[in-house]
Design a protein around this ligand. Structure first.
Ligand code: SF4
Length: 384
């Protein structure tokens, strides 16, 4: 195992990490629900009165408000200088990419070039702290996130907050956005204290990312900062609790695995492809997928390897209570993955990859990743 960005292991396993993440999530929930109680209740009233969606729990809306604060802190400096033409071209390229097919490689090539020029810059916190937090800059943030193409779920969730903020007076909306930012500033310090030891490797990685990923379409994805990793780590714990009851009640259950977890990642994997997903053929005794497949058989879970994010969920909504999943992913995909599953009618639980190593983003050759099997077992046991 090589640490590229993060590692949940303390040399032996990631048990200690999961304890730290649970404690941090409890601190963040308690502080956020107290500090932002009025903002959350007012937003829930707006959701209910305007029939926007089935009301979610307070902690789910708290995570959205925290995400807003974190993304404003992280990307406002780039968002306020993105011009209309670049924004439109990049947004069109993202749409072209999502359609897939033969145009995807060209769309990615152009996104790599243009994204490096106009989306990426060294982070400038001094510029962010000089900005006014108002609906105009909130709008610009969502436009930048849309143009970047990596934040579709975040944009979806935060759009309701923007609509809500636009209906408030200027003073009220500025106060709302400023409280999200203050909470994110508190969260940055608090999460670093509890989870920083698991993301230390990112500091060195990020120093070179603008060189190693220059002109590549995943430059923004690979440039995520420690604050964003910590947001996802805490978010995963909070969402696991929030979705647990619905997940337990589902009739069918499945584990979704990323392709990078296979032992024979560089060739020789005998998994069988069917409708865009892979089913393990148990060809290698030392492969963690094989172990997870056996666990799945014991606990009534189907185990699928998802080679591309696009094959994870179909566009059709799954009937409520039909399917629950345990999603396994690297840290930066957790919150968005949970939101995406929920919008497809699928309550999800997640287990983090202990470290990343896929060829698509992190390593030229790629090496097998792994999870904490005890953690997976405990989720399966609690639900069976
Ligand atoms: S055990 Fe399964 S996932 Fe692992 S390499 Fe063999 S077929 Fe592929």
């Amino acid at each position: 195992m090589r640490i590229i960005t993060y590692s949940l292991r303390n040399g032996v396993n990631s048990n200690e990490y999961y304890e730290a993440a649970e404690q941090t999530a409890a601190i963040v929930s308690e502080e956020g629900l107290r500090e932002l109680a009025m903002e959350l209740q007012a937003f829930k009233r707006y959701i209910r009165e305007n029939n926007i969606e089935v009301l979610r729990s307070d902690v789910e809306y708290l995570m959205e408000l925290l995400t807003l604060g974190v993304l404003l802190l992280r990307y406002s400096d780039d968002a306020v200088v993105l011009n209309q033409i670049s924004k439109q071209v990049l947004t069109n390229l993202v749409e072209m990419r999502q359609k897939g097919g033969s145009l995807k490689p060209s769309a990615d090539f152009l996104r790599g070039l243009l994204g490096t020029f106009v989306l990426y810059s060294e982070h400038r916190p001094e510029l962010v702290s000089a900005l006014q937090f108002n609906t105009k800059n909130f709008t610009k943030l969502l436009e930048w996130l849309t143009a970047a193409g990596e934040f579709s779920q975040e944009v979806k969730r935060l759009s309701s907050w923007l609509d809500y903020a636009k209906g408030l007076s200027d003073e009220e909306s500025s106060e709302l956005i400023a409280s999200a930012v203050s909470f994110a500033i508190w969260f940055e310090e608090e999460s670093l204290k509890h989870l920083g030891k698991y993301t230390e490797g990112l500091e060195a990685y990020l120093e070179n990312v603008s060189e190693t990923h220059r002109w590549r379409e995943n430059l923004i994805f690979c440039s995520r900062q420690r604050l964003e990793y910590h947001l996802n780590m805490v978010g995963a714990e909070i969402m696991n609790k929030a979705y647990r009851e619905d997940f337990i009640k589902t009739k069918r259950k499945a584990v979704f695995l990323p392709a990078c977890i296979r032992k024979r990642i560089r060739g020789g994997c005998k998994a069988k492809e069917k409708k865009g997903v892979l089913y393990c053929a148990s060809c290698d005794l030392g492969c963690q997928v094989r172990e997870i497949k056996e666990l799945g058989e014991q606990h009534g879970y189907e185990v699928l390897i998802i080679p591309h994010e696009s094959s994870a969920f179909s566009d059709e909504k799954v009937p409520e209570g039909e399917l629950g999943i345990i999603g396994i992913a690297c840290v930066t995909n957790l919150l968005a993955g949970g939101w995406k599953a929920k919008s497809s009618g699928i309550p999800a639980q997640c287990v983090l990859l202990d470290y990343c190593g896929c060829k698509n983003h992190w390593d030229d050759e790629g090496f097998p990743t792994a999870i904490n099997i005890e953690r997976l077992k405990s989720i399966m046991l609690k639900s069976s």
